[in-house]
Design a binder for this molecule. Structure first.
Ligand code: HEC
Length: 145
């Protein structure tokens, strides 16, 4: 009996979902981290700084951060529960949202591949493609502030 009780004590926190507010904070911070890497790359692409040697780090971070992005929007973390800019459409048009998230994964994987190559023009064009992918999802699924 005591052993069963101990098992429940261990299992319950593992099964319990994160609080909606915590999940929202986590995904917003993930988004801001992606925005910081985009901002670093933007300075290079616009030739404000000559730091081409560092683009691989940012491109790879973007690739990594975009993996599983849609999972950061579980049911119950929309505006009906807490303060968030996530629109209800995320859950109403789930497959469109997942396609938009997967597209970012694909575009950033390609960005990272180009960062390892030796074609700055191709990299810069792909940077714009990634930027458009961020904006397209925001246009559909993020509340304007
Ligand atoms: C699949 C859809 C999707 C993609 C792709 C996406 N975002 Fe977002 N983003 C959102 C949603 C939805 C929110 C609102 C999240 C919330 O408030 O809970 C958001 C919020 C943000 C925020 C505000 C975070 C805050 O502090 O509240 C920033 C900055 C941001 N995104 C940057 C980016 C960048 C940069 C990219 C591309 C590299 C990107 N996003 C790609 C859906 C997306």
């Amino acid at each position: 009996m005591r052993r069963l009780f101990a098992l429940i004590l261990i299992a319950v926190p593992l099964l319990a979902a994160d609080r909606p507010e915590a999940t929202i904070k986590y995904r917003q911070t993930t988004m801001r981290a992606m925005a910081a890497h985009m901002s670093l790359l933007s300075q290079v692409v616009k030739k404000q700084v000559g730091r081409r040697g560092r683009i691989g780090v940012d491109a790879e971070a973007l690739r990594g951060l975009s993996i599983g992005l849609a999972d950061l929007f579980p049911k119950g973390t929309g505006p009906e529960t807490a303060r968030t800019a996530a629109k209800p459409e995320i859950w109403q048009r789930r497959s469109d949202f997942e396609i938009a998230a997967t597209k970012l994964q694909r575009e950033t994987a390609y960005l990272s591949q180009l960062a390892r190559g030796n074609d700055p023009a191709a990299f810069d064009a792909q940077f714009e493609a990634v930027n458009a992918t961020c904006n397209s999802c925001h246009d559909q699924f993020r509340e304007r502030d």
